[in-house]
Design a protein around this ligand. Structure first.
Ligand code: APR
Length: 235
């Protein structure tokens, strides 16, 4: 079980050039999430949904981790098996930065699966309704392996257990609007786990401590502080 469980959201990838959802220029101000991020939307107009994720996948292939992703990877290296990242993000910037103990609770943009045969694939190219499944060759079954609204996020039992057994729960770059992730801070508090928020703005959720700023600045500063305290305590 990890001593530090870290929830990340779109805000940690904003400075890497990937859009957030609810900021003034966020994705949900440009698209109706009902059309592009629900199973009903996909059934209604798969072309529109593929176009939405193809554009985000192409953007991701150009994106690189920022100092916040690298700081969390440094923390995991310094505290082997003591750090778990639970990300709402479907990008691979934590992996690119070197983080390994990682759960993508909303799935991964660089993976796709077939609803006909269950085949699961790494996917770095555009998808379309005409693209046959790489395994069963069926047309129309391929979809991005991301969790849409109305679908169950991944690995929830493990996430809840990890949060309840942690010493510290940290929330980085998320507005705390989407459940079940938005309730993790309450789950932690009920279990007596200390809670810290690192975000551009203070959210309405109730953390023991909340620091505001750009993730690329306040996350490395926090990691340096944790490692300094650790050195101090080990002497
Ligand atoms: N540094 C730190 N925080 C930032 C930065 C930054 N550079 N830029 C934006 N933020 C903060 C915003 O203040 C906001 O609180 O990141 C948060 C982004 O919130 P949202 O856009 O709502 O993204 P997120 O919380 O990750 O959304 C959760 O909603 O649509 C679903 O599945 C989608 O995983 C997503 C989920």
């Amino acid at each position: 079980m990890a001593r530090i469980v870290i929830l990340t959201g779109a805000g940690i990838s904003a400075e890497s050039g990937l859009g957030t959802f609810r900021d003034e220029d966020g994705l949900w101000t440009q698209y109706d999430l009902e059309d592009v991020a629900t199973p009903e939307g996909f059934a209604r107009n798969p072309e529109l949904v593929h176009d939405f994720y193809n554009a985000r996948r192409r953007g991701l292939l150009e994106a690189r981790p920022n100092a916040a992703h690298h700081a969390l990877a440094r923390l995991e290296t310094a505290l082997p098996a003591q750090v778990l990242i639970v990300t709402q993000n479907i990008d691979d910037l934590h992996e690119q930065a070197g983080s390994e103990n990682l759960i993508h609770m909303h799935g991964e943009l660089l993976r796709a699966h077939c609803t006909e045969c269950g085949g699961s694939f790494e996917m770095r190219e555009d998808l379309s309704p005409e693209r046959p499944c790489l395994q069963c060759r069926e047309i129309g079954g391929m979809r991005p392996s991301v969790v849409w609204f109305g679908e169950m996020p991944l690995e929830m039992p493990r996430i809840w257990n990890e949060i309840r057994d942690a010493d510290l729960f940290v929330s980085i770059g998320t507005s705390g609007n989407v459940y079940p992730a938005a309730a993790f801070v309450q789950d932690a508090g009920r279990a007596g786990v200390a809670t810290l928020e690192l975000n551009l703005e203070k959210t309405s959720n109730d953390f023991d401590e909340s620091r505001q700023g750009q993730a690329s600045v306040i996350v490395p500063a926090w990691v340096d502080e944790v490692l300094r305290d650790l050195e101090g305590s080990e002497i």
